[in-house]
Design a protein around this ligand. Structure first.
Ligand code: ADP
Ligand code: MG
Length: 453
């Protein structure tokens, strides 16, 4: 491949490499691909370029198109699950016993179910993540890592990285290749769903509230989204969890604020993104249950083709619930831990368990309900590709990298009706193959673009 030749030249010519890297960093600033620093995440005075790859990474075009084509079906699936209390109750029964975090979410869910919902409009902004699995016979297949139904980040300031990557390719003489970096304009698409919900709410004075954390590393991406909304004359405000729940007097423990704020919001007439049931639909336990025979069919009766399309992207997913099936999973994981990933019900990177640590963790929980907090998943093995990973203060080093494609979906439901359901763009995230886990905020993954091959 042409980029491989260019990389070989650059490895041998440090001056040329440095010039190119300086140029591309300047471009990142020009296009506003900026990030707050980990040292000063709450400062409005200091920014750096967001972590990104020097070159876009080769990605099979067929798999890319396959992932895009699936997104509206995944939106529909999440939407259907969120409206199926029996399914959620059953799927999460064991998890709720074993995992305090999911139990708290489920508590809120039960409360609002009992009280009755006060709002029939829901916005879904989600991101379905995939890796391309390299099979032993040389073929590849697109496999879903997970679907994120809450805080699905990765849009905002990075939208125009595709322009930067095309520029890089051109500046090293790869004009033809530069045409194979697809366009990306995901933020307006995501904002269109928020705007639609705001319109349906039908109150000109209504505002969109961004619920934010104390550490505001991604604030500039939020600003990018806010800007899109203000452009449509939709007012936006930002509040922290404790500000939202300020009428609660539980000021000793921040965590209490979070649960308080969440319950308060779920009870309110506000349109939620996501509401609590959509949040639960995105748990890893639900993902595992969906992979069981017959479950997708239940959500898509008479749509066998959709079922097959979705199922084709599922890796092996296994229950650890107490019982013979969970016991089988346990034996399988302990026998060949390198083949799997052990996942608790958490989000945001850095929580999954790999390799020999899987055995350690499972040995500790294998005879108790605690094991039901986890699911087991086949490990996906993408082909490593060389690239340079750029982040502030990190020395330049040619690195073996693995990529993960995220596809953004946006939908709005009113009552039972989907009034909007779209695939609004993609994101490639790339990390060194030395890392098992990922995450941009965790400092492991780098923003990237697919170079379709
Ligand atoms: P989180 O909610 O923390 O983002 P993920 O399931 O997305 O959890 O896993 C985090 C990262 O771990 C992924 O971005 C990916 O890099 C890696 N990972 C997760 N599942 C697998 C898998 N089955 N095979 C290979 N890598 C995986
Ligand atoms: Mg993830």
């Amino acid at each position: 491949m042409a980029t491989t030749e260019i990389l070989e030249q650059l490895i041998k010519d440090p001056d040329k490499l440095k010039n190119l890297v300086d140029e591309v960093k300047d471009l990142a600033f020009l296009y506003g691909i900026v990030f707050r620093t980990h040292e000063t995440p709450n400062s409005s005075e200091v920014v750096t370029y967001a972590p990104f790859t020097l070159f876009p990474s080769p990605f099979p075009k067929a798999a890319f198109l396959q992932a895009l084509a699936l997104q509206t079906h995944f939106n529909t699936l999440v939407n259907k699950i969120s409206q199926d209390p029996d399914f959620l109750e059953e799927a999460l029964a064991g998890t709720v016993q074993a995992d305090d975090f999911t139990a708290k979410l489920f508590d809120i869910y039960r409360k609002v179910q009992q009280e009755g919902r006060t709002q029939s409009i829901v916005v879904g902004l989600n991101r379905s993540d995939y890796m391309v699995d390299q099979r032993e016979d040389g073929t590849v297949s697109l496999k879903q890592i997970e679907i994120n139904t809450i805080s699905a980040g990765g849009f905002g300031v990075s939208d125009r990285l595709s322009v930067v990557h095309r520029h890089v390719l051109k500046s090293v003489g790869l004009l033809e290749e530069s045409r194979s970096v697809p366009d990306n304009n995901r933020t307006p698409g995501m904002c269109a769903a928020l705007a639609k919900a705001w319109e349906l709410y039908g109150e000109r004075r209504a505002v969109i509230l961004f619920l934010v954390e104390d550490i505001e590393l991604s604030k500039l991406s939020h600003r990018y989204i806010e800007k899109e909304l203000w452009k449509r004359n939709i007012p936006v405000i930002r509040r922290k969890f404790d500000e939202v729940s300020r009428n609660g007097s539980l000021n000793a423990d921040k965590r209490l604020f979070i649960w308080d704020a969440r319950l308060l919001m779920e009870r309110s007439r506000a349109v939620k993104c996501p509401d609590i049931s959509t949040h639960l639909a995105g748990t890893k336990k639900v993902q595992q249950v969906l992979a069981r025979p017959g479950v997708l069919e239940k959500f898509f009766p008479d749509q066998l083709q959709v079922v097959e399309q979705i199922r084709a992207t599922f890796a092996g997913l296994y229950t650890l619930d107490l019982g013979p099936e969970g016991d089988k999973t346990l034996t399988m994981a302990l026998t060949a831990p390198e083949r799997f990933v052990l996942k608790p019900q958490r989000e945001g990177g850095g929580n999954n368990i790999y390799g020999s640590e899987i055995c350690q963790v499972l040995q500790g929980v294998k005879d108790s309900t605690a094991r039901m907090a986890y699911i087991l998943m086949d490990k996906i093995n993408p082909t490593p590709v060389q690239n340079y990973l750029l982040s502030r203060g990190t020395p330049l080093k040619i690195t073996n990298c693995l990529s993960e494609l995220g596809v953004f979906g946006a939908y709005v439901r009113q009552g039972k009706e989907m009034v909007m359901n779209e695939c609004v763009g993609h994101l490639l995230k790339t990390k060194s193959s030395e890392h098992s886990d990922g995450g941009i905020q965790a400092g492991v993954s780098f923003l990237d673009n697919p170079l379709l091959v």
